[in-house]
Design a protein around this ligand. Sequence first.
Ligand SMILES: [Zn+2]
Length: 80
Amino acid sequence: MGTIMCSRCGNNTFELERVSVNDDYDRQVVVRCSSCKLNVGVADVNSPQSIRQTQLAQNAAIKRIAASLKVSLTGIDLPS
Ligand SMILES: [Zn+2]
């Protein structure tokens, strides 16, 4: 199993940050590197499917990072 790393700094931990765009009715969640704060994904938290969309956005971000680093995700369950 490979380790997922940030494509900019090589860090392997990520965090979620809730951000407001314009006002509180337009909140979104950003997935970002916990070290250099590079944003790797974003999700709308206002829609009924927000939790699922956030999960899928994170999975897509992980897959993009893994692909850019040529890291295998074989055996890791990441629904898309
Ligand atoms: Zn980073």
